[in-house]
Design a binder for this molecule. Structure first.
Ligand code: AGP
Length: 611
């Protein structure tokens, strides 16, 4: 993981780098550091812990410069500490490197460099880059040549930024497998791991592709391929605006993002559902009717919250398109020899488009001749460049590490995909598709109503936040929502929580039930409500306490549950989009009550770009 940022231009680099790091802190916050060229000399500032410590350090010990690099770390090799914080330097401290990724042949390179007399000052794999570049950086050799030779020796993934006091107006950057973007300004240029770091300065960006190397100076940008040949690429224009990446008056990004969901769903549906003939327009998916009719099986592959979206997607695709659908964890899919062939559609679901396991699963699916489609939130991310087609979720930048709005945008996108496949395969009539589209279009308005439960949920969280364990139960299409509710609570409040299919409870977890474990139950109106009510009864019989989501007007559930959250009447097929919101809010308020760092929970990072 980790975030990197770099600046070359006419302005003071340090505030730009610190602001950029703040926008990238979601990528990791075990340590942070800067390297700048100040009056011809390389200067470093590095700290263990969050960025605020680096900001304090720089305030105590200021730096003046117009060129520099910044890094915020999520530790893989080497525990979080100042020595392991980036940037790393060569032995005489004249060049510095920031790195996001993993060097797989770290041991071999380490030994080779030690034999050649290089001294290592950290336990990180990244430091190898600093010494390896130094080795090739002979007098008269330009920095980019040394970097090119060094990266050719490295196995693994990287987005890399390098500065040297010998060429003080230059940053050399390279990538393989980890994201890297160049921001284009007026006589000033930037590198970054992600768009939000660039938004205050420019919306014109160049996406650096794998095995490319880029040199930025105040005079411009030079992009080359692995062989050193010039690459000409048109810049992309980013439509996200800087305000979307700010808190906008909310206490946390997560809360803001929860409240953005009605707008996000509208944006994700916009231009894709036509009132005419029940058609769904998904041009960028690049799927023809003939291809859809040829699919024998669909695989939905993802990690974490995106995997929960995939579980809901299975229900939707099988019921609307009638195509058998399997759901896989990306980390399992890539190693289990899946029965994927040219009659398969493999759908990779990822907010970031950079998750290492999901990206590897995409490559595996392509190797096996499958058609691939990614449902993704980040324009130009690795998955969108590798998959045959892309279905963008238009959630805007999601900064909170716990995914909320990106999840519901994925659910909406999967709904669209299911309708699209249903129409193209001939399984779904235009009339039925139109009914479903109308329901989907009604989701933002229903979400607004659900968000009004916020104050009530805050009160409930005051009663529940001291509990050490929670169980979440759901059935059918709401079983994945039970999993997602439990994951949200675990991630941000560090409370142990388990999601379970309600009917499975009696096969084991029922042994855990006592008065100290609240059971959050999804009991809104559905084809399986009677069964869910029996499950609530089973909990109550064993002195458990139940918090139930219930459809307004239902009389039976409130009689049995200890606490209820009333939901507006809604169709079962869209209920996951709505039922997840109170669970997001519950996790949020419980975490706030426990004094947890909601937006940057311990040990986590937003995109997991390592295996
Ligand atoms: C979500 O709250 C998590 N932080 C995490 O499970 C996430 O969904 C997972 O890492 C997948 O990320 P992606 O969607 O960017 O691929």
């Amino acid at each position: 993981m980790c975030g990197i940022v770099g600046y070359v231009g006419q302005q003071e680099a340090v505030p730009i780098l610190l602001d950029g790091l703040q926008k990238l802190e979601y990528r990791g916050y075990d340590s942070a550091g800067l390297a700048v060229i100040s009056r011809g000399r390389l200067e470093l500032r590095r700290c263990q812990g969050k960025l605020k410590h680096l900001v304090e350090l720089v305030a105590r010990s200021p730096l003046k410069s117009v060129v520099g690099l910044g890094h915020t770390r999520w530790a893989t090799h080497g525990r979080p500490s100042e020595e392991n914080a980036h940037p790393h330097t060569n032995t005489d401290g004249t060049l510095a490197v920031v790195h996001n990724g993993i060097i797989e042949n770290d041991r071999a390179l380490h030994q080779e460099l030690e034999k050649a007399g290089y001294k290592f000052a950290s336990d990180t794999d990244s430091e190898v880059f600093a010494h390896l570049i130094d080795k090739y950086y002979r007098p008269g050799t330009p920095l980019e040549t040394a970097v090119r030779r060094a990266v050719a020796r490295v196995k693994g993934t990287f987005a890399l930024g390098v500065v040297s006091q010998r060429e003080p107006q230059k940053i050399v950057a390279a990538r393989r497998g980890s994201p890297l973007i160049v921001g284009l300004g007026n006589k000033e240029f930037f590198i970054a791991s992600d768009v939000p770091a660039l938004l205050p300065h420019t919306r014109e960006v160049l996406y650096v592709a794998d095995n490319e190397l880029v040199v930025i100076t105040p005079a411009g940008v030079k992009l080359t391929n692995a062989e050193g040949r010039a690459v000409v690429r048109k810049p992309d224009h980013i439509t996200w605006d800087a305000l979307q990446a700010e808190k906008g008056g909310y206490k946390h990004f997560m809360l803001k993002e929860i409240f953005e969901q009605p707008q996000v769903i509208e944006d994700t549906l916009r231009g894709r559902v036509s009132g005419l003939g029940g058609e769904v327009i998904l041009d960028s998916a690049h799927l023809t009717a003939a291809e859809v009719k040829n699919f024998r099986r669909i695989f939905l592959v993802a990690c974490g919250t995106s995997w929960h979206a995939a579980l809901v997607g299975k229900f939707l695709i099988e019921s609307l398109a009638g195509i058998p659908t399997e759901v896989d964890f990306a980390s399992e899919f890539r190693y289990r020899s899946p029965l994927v062939d040219r009659q398969s559609l493999v759908v990779l679901i990822s907010q970031s488009g950079e998750t290492a396991d999901t990206l590897a699963a995409l490559q595996e699916a392509k190797k096996r001749q499958a058609q691939t489609l990614t449902i993704c939130n980040v324009l130009g991310s690795s998955m969108t460049r590798e998959a045959h087609g892309t279905l963008y979720t238009h959630a805007g930048p999601e900064i909170g590490v716990a995914s909320t709005k990106a999840f519901t945008a994925q659910l909406a996108a999967l709904h669209l995909l299911a309708l699209f496949l249903g129409r193209k395969s001939g399984n779904l009539s235009a009339a039925k598709a139109t009914v479903h589209m109308d329901r989907l279009r009604g989701v933002p308005r229903l979400m607004e109503k659900v968000l009004k439960t916020d104050a009530h949920i805050q009160e409930l969280s005051a009663l529940l936040f001291k509990n050490k364990d929670f169980l979440y139960l759901g059935r059918g299409i709401n079983y994945p929502i039970a999993l997602e509710g439990a994951l949200k609570l675990k991630e941000i409040s560090y409370i142990h929580a388990e999601g379970y299919p309600a009917g499975e409870m009696k096969h084991g977890p029922i042994a855990l039930i006592d008065g100290r474990m609240p059971v959050v139950t999804l009991a809104t109106n559905s084809s399986v409500l009677e069964k869910v009510i029996s499950n609530i009864q089973e909990v109550k019989t064993r002195d458990g306490s139940v918090l139930a989501l219930v459809t307004r007007g239902n009389r039976e559930v409130p009689k049995k549950a200890d606490w209820v959250i009333e939901m507006p009447p809604m169709e079962e097929s869209i209920s996951p989009l709505l039922n997840v919101i109170p669970l997001q809010l519950l996790a949020y308020h419980v975490a706030v009550k426990r004094g947890c760092d909601v937006d940057q929970p311990r040990n986590l990072a937003k995109s997991v770009t390592v295996e």
